[in-house]
Ligand binder design. Structure first.
Ligand code: WQD
Length: 324
């Protein structure tokens, strides 16, 4: 199939492109390289440098006999979304709506959409399944949920079928060492731990050690980016076969605490990582775990790369040359 990967030069996007090419799909990457990296582009995939806010550039990209769109172009920093909601409204809503409109105009009928655990807000029960109420507590999560609602309407009104993939905590790097672009100014736990292991920052601030968890620190469901990538392939197959819109959680149902991540990284890298307990971060649930049962049943998908060792090992492989 010919797939337009919007945001294909980003961290998750580049891993998705690698999997698509391995499965012999024809790929066109559309990316403005604002956070995506040139280094993440593949020689055997077409590349169009363009912005989702630029409809004049997006439409011709869509009018190339595209069979399906994979949409990963979004701003994703939760804190920033609360300080600068207009930026998130523009990119994550206006840009995504431009994409749906360009699909309508170009008669492209399938989209795989990057959504997030952030649509759920504070969990009411665990593990969180897709029937869990959605009640985002940050603007970023709101934009993802809002787009899912738009996609439901575009399905009803325009026959565009979607699969929305609600990622839990994305981590890890391509084990083959092909995708290795590092995110600029990372905001998430594991890259922060890695930077500390490399000596690029003094220490890791652990937000809260008084949670009701096994070691007092927050527990999350960390999912390897190669597992996320394979879920996109499953989602394409699913849309081909069933032509039915669906929403899936992507996680493992296994929890890892902040301290476990830190101490295991210390063990695997052999580097001393200083840390300090800091106050809780606003909006952090103590535990967040996905039920991946629906994805297993309908997509035949399962995480196979997401052991703690593999997550840390694959990430260290791309960070270790940064060590000072
Ligand atoms: C993980 C844990 C922190 C940094 C976010 C978004 C979510 C999704 C994934 C995109 C938490 C703790 C972190 C640090 C720490 N994003 N932590 N010190 O918040 O679980 O999820 O990314 O879709 O919507 O909210 O991820 O990596 O920021 O934090 O102690 O310096 O690590 O408190 O418990 P989070 P994270």
């Amino acid at each position: 199939m010919k797939i337009l990967v919007i945001g294909g030069a980003g961290y998750i996007g580049s891993h998705v492109v690698k999997s698509l090419l391995a499965a012999k799909h024809e790929v066109c990457v559309y990316d403005n390289l604002s956070t995506g990296l040139e280094q993440n582009l593949f020689a055997n995939a077409q590349f169009i440098r363009g912005d989702i806010l630029d409809y004049g550039s997006l439409l011709p990209a869509m009018k190339q006999n595209i069979d399906a769109v994979i949409f990963l172009a979004a701003k994703k920093a939760v804190g920033e979304s609360m300080e600068n909601p207009e930026k998130y409204a523009n990119n994550n809503l206006v840009g995504a709506l431009n994409t749906l409109n360009a699909m309508t105009e170009a008669s492209v009928k399938k989209i795989i959409f990057s959504s997030s655990a952030a649509v759920y807000g504070m969990p009411e029960y665990l593990p969180v399944d897709e029937k869990h109420p959605t009640s985002p507590i940050n603007f970023y999560g709101f934009t993802k949920l809002d787009m899912e609602n738009y996609m439901k309407w575009y399905d009803t009104l325009k026959g565009i079928k979607f699969v929305s993939l609600r990622y839990f905590n994305a981590v890890g790097y391509d084990e083959d060492g092909i995708v290795k672009g590092l995110e600029n100014k990372p905001q998430n736990l594991l890259p922060i731990i890695m930077e500390a292991a490399c000596g690029l920052r003094d220490k890791v601030m652990v937000f809260g050690n008084d949670y009701d968890t096994r070691d007092g620190t927050c527990i999350r469901d960390y999912i390897h980016v190669s597992d996320l990538a394979s879920a996109h392939l499953c989602a394409i197959d699913y849309l081909q076969k069933s032509n039915e819109s669906q929403i899936f959680n992507l996680g493992t149902e296994k929890g890892i605490s902040v301290l476990e991540m830190l101490l295991k990284t210390q063990e695997i890298t052999g580097k001393e990582i200083s840390y300090e307990f800091a106050p809780r971060r606003a909006g952090d649930p103590a535990v967040l775990l996905a039920s991946p049962l629906k994805a297993k049943e309908l997509l035949g998908w399962q995480a196979t790369h997401s052991s703690l060792e593999n997550i840390i090992d694959s990430t260290w492989k791309v960070y270790k040359h940064m060590a000072i």
